[in-house]
Each structure stands twice: as structure tokens, then as C-alpha cells.
Design a protein. Structure first.
Length: 241
């Protein structure tokens, strides 16, 4: 017997079996979320089995981000045309170079990238400026403020220490730099069980929730989660006031 008939359970309807799919099942939000979360967990842990997101590079520079989120960044940059992008958490500089290269294509924008450490081999780029120190240190905040000119459109990306207390402090300190209709992106909100790394403890996701409970100028823009898999669920915050 045709395998499709067996699966369908209705031999007489085999000719319609191609119409039968699990699409209707995905319409149930709880089922849809389970499927997305299971794939997210598989993808996030794939580096233990084969090269995965930890091996993602941009022009030879390690990025350690989900490639889907990098695609979303270029869409945001194309729409916003920011003059300044402030990034906390430079690491090896791959994401900073990615942002700088997208700004090259747009013909506008510069990146201020902050990290406690100075890594050797970081990329050089005329649009890219490195600041060394804690993202919450008054001296660093002063340098950021001095580098932003009046009326410039500013976007902020937070990807430094992921402990809740640090991310929450960054949110409070850097939200003032974000321009109206621009974005404050909090990365790695997926950890601490959202849905990966459940034992991490309170982190970016919890910081975002507390920040939004206290701050009315920002809302979650879930439209940037359109590809279903993102390392930043609920982390694309748009300034609306």
C-alpha cells in the first residue's frame, strides 16, 4: 500500500494527501513555540557536535552570533541609517566590523565599540573606534557622550557581561543615547531558559523585563523576530517616546 495512504489512514483520500500537512498544527501557538524552542536548543548546542554559531566569522573575524540576527541588523541599519552605533562587548571585533561594513554600503555611520579587554588582531576600519574599559564606567560614558554630536541618530547594542545587574545598569545608562524611533538591542536574551542555558541565572532577559516595567519610552519590537530563530528574543527595543 502507498505509504501516504497508510499515514493518511484513509486510502480513498490518498490523492489529497499532499494537501495534508502539519501547517494547521503550527497555528496553535503552544505547539509552534515548542517546535521553535526545540530547534533553538538544537542549534544553540550544535557546536558540541559540529561547527556551529561559535565558529561564525565575518571577513575572517570571529563574530559568535546567530547569522540570522546579523541579517536583521543589516535590515535595521538600512531602515534607520544611524550616524552612530554604540556596541558594548567588542570581543574579537567581528560584529563591529560587520556593522562598519554595512555602514560602508550605506555611506553613513560609525561604530563606538566598548570592551574591558584589548584583544590582539582586532580589525582596523575608518568607521570603527574602540573604547577600552567597563561599559558602565563614568569615563567610558563620558567618551561616548563626547563622541555623539547633536541631532545625530544613535543606535545601541548591548553584548557585554550578561549578568542581570550589569545589563540592567547598561539599559539605564545607555537608553538616554538612543534616538527616537531607533533601537536599543539587548543580545543573548535567550539564555537562562529562554529557551537555552537554563542554569545561567538571571540575565539579559530578566534585565529587559525589569527595565520595561520602569521605562515607558521603549517597547519590544517583535517584528525583528520574523525568522523565528533569534538569540535576542524580546531584546529588540524600539524607542517610541
Amino acid at each position: 500500500m502507498d505509504d501516504r495512504k497508510i499515514l493518511e489512514g484513509r486510502p480513498g483520500k490518498a490523492r489529497h494527501s499532499r494537501r495534508f500537512s502539519f501547517g494547521w498544527l503550527l497555528g496553535f501557538k503552544p505547539v509552534r513555540k515548542v517546535i521553535i524552542d526545540l530547534f533553538h536548543i538544537l542549534y544553540y548546542g550544535s557546536d558540541r557536535l559540529a561547527p556551529g554559531w561559535r565558529d561564525v566569522a565575518w571577513m575572517g573575524q570571529p563574530v559568535m552570533k546567530c547569522p540570522i540576527d546579523l541579517w536583521i541588523y543589516q535590515e535595521i541599519l538600512y531602515r534607520l541609517r544611524p550616524d552612530v552605533i554604540v556596541e558594548s562587548g567588542t570581543s574579537r571585533g567581528g560584529s563591529a566590523l560587520f556593522l562598519a561594513n554595512v555602514c560602508d554600503l550605506l555611506g553613513n555611520g560609525r561604530i563606538l565599540s566598548i570592551d574591558l579587554r584589548e584583544y590582539s588582531g582586532r580589525p582596523d576600519h575608518p568607521r570603527l573606534h574602540y573604547l577600552q574599559g567597563s561599559s558602565t564606567a563614568p569615563a567610558i560614558l563620558g567618551q561616548v557622550a563626547d563622541a555623539i554630536r547633536p541631532q545625530e541618530r544613535v543606535m545601541v547594542v548591548l553584548d557585554a557581561c550578561h549578568q542581570k545587574h550589569h545589563v540592567l545598569e547598561e539599559l539605564r545608562l545607555y537608553s538616554r543615547f538612543v534616538s527616537l524611533d531607533s533601537y536599543l538591542v539587548v543580545e543573548d536574551t535567550n539564555i537562562n531558559g529562554h529557551p537555552v542555558w537554563p542554569g545561567f541565572g538571571a540575565g539579559p532577559y530578566e534585565a529587559v523585563q525589569e527595565f520595561l516595567n520602569q521605562e515607558q519610552r521603549f517597547v519590544v519590537d517583535s517584528s525583528w523576530e520574523k525568522f523565528l530563530l533569534t538569540f535576542n528574543p524580546g531584546g529588540y527595543l524600539k524607542r517610541v517616546k
